[in-house]
Design a binder for this molecule. Structure first.
Ligand SMILES: NC(=O)c1ccc[n+]([C@@H]2O[C@H](COP(=O)([O-])OP(=O)(O)OC[C@H]3O[C@@H](n4cnc5c(N)ncnc54)[C@H](OP(=O)(O)O)[C@@H]3O)[C@@H](O)[C@H]2O)c1
Length: 230
């Protein structure tokens, strides 16, 4: 049974990933900040308790990330899926909330790096050896044609650079690292007018995960398989 470790698994895209992997027989280590309030995730876990384990994890808490990595020391993690993310304040030029910028970086950029450092041995001993960073097309410098969103865009562009360096550094261990754009998805972050459902987004990303090889490492893909320029 392959294993995925997933952050931000209590709602939105993360919850759908948990559902999808579990339905396909994967073992799911479903991490979320507050399991006590994660009603949907706990209900899902109750349907397949031998497959889904819910773990408390705030990805910005370095000590907790390290202690979870120690607790899971014997576990091989086929796919480390850095999904947790925040958008930050939706302010335009001239209204930048500087105090809010670093907290967004802490979740979107620093945390995936920390997860990769703490869980690299777990991934290295698995069969699949894949790290997926859920980024955003808004982090593409080439495809930025509309401006704005300074805080979110810069955090995801920085995440993309983190992923690219990880892909190079971890290649000799046979670990592939990719960035995904999930599409504009109907979640709390994407809003109700977004283009696609979580099911469509996750189905596309699952297909990608199934077919990716080490040759795809260091690349940036949309949920529909299109490669996105950095
Ligand atoms: N929706 C879109 O259109 C879209 C487009 C491009 C990229 N993305 C990316 O896709 C990923 C998932 O987004 P979504 O749409 O599912 O967003 P969402 O519905 O707002 O869910 C965000 C998830 O991240 C978790 N999270 C935030 N801060 C955390 C922390 N410090 N520690 C642990 N978990 C934390 C949240 O947990 P809590 O419930 O505890 O807050 C929640 O589970 C994000 O990386 C996002 O940037 C989304």
């Amino acid at each position: 049974m392959p294993t995925v470790l997933l952050t931000g698994a209590n709602r939105g895209i993360g919850l759908e990933f948990a559902r999808s992997f579990a339905a396909d027989g994967w073992r799911v280590i479903a991490c979320c900040r507050n399991p006590d309030k994660a009603r949907d995730l706990k209900a899902l876990a109750a349907t397949a308790p031998e497959q889904i384990s819910v773990r408390r994890l705030d990805v910005t808490d370095g000590l907790k990330v390290a202690s979870l990595a120690r607790e899971l020391a014997d576990v091989a993690i086929d796919v480390l899926l850095n999904n947790a993310g925040v958008y930050g304040p939706r302010t335009g030029f001239g209204e930048t909330d500087y105090d809010a910028w670093l907290p967004v970086f802490a979740v979107n950029t620093l945390a995936p790096m920390r997860m990769a450092e703490r869980f690299v041995e777990h991934v290295a001993r698995s069969e699949r050896r894949l790290i997926v960073n859920i980024s955003s097309r808004m982090g593409s410098i080439t495809e930025n044609t509309t401006g704005g969103a300074y805080i979110y865009r810069s955090s995801k562009a920085a995440l993309n650079m983190v992923g690219k360096s990880l892909a190079i550094d971890l290649a000799e261990r046979g670990i592939a690292v990719v960035a995904f754009h999930p599409g504009w998805v109907q979640t709390d972050m994407g809003g109700p007018n977004a283009q696609i459902t979580v099911a469509e987004s996750v189905a596309g990303m699952r297909r990608l995960i199934d077919r990716l090889t080490i040759d795809d490492s260091g690349r940036f893909y949309a949920y529909d398989g299109r490669e996105i320029p950095w």
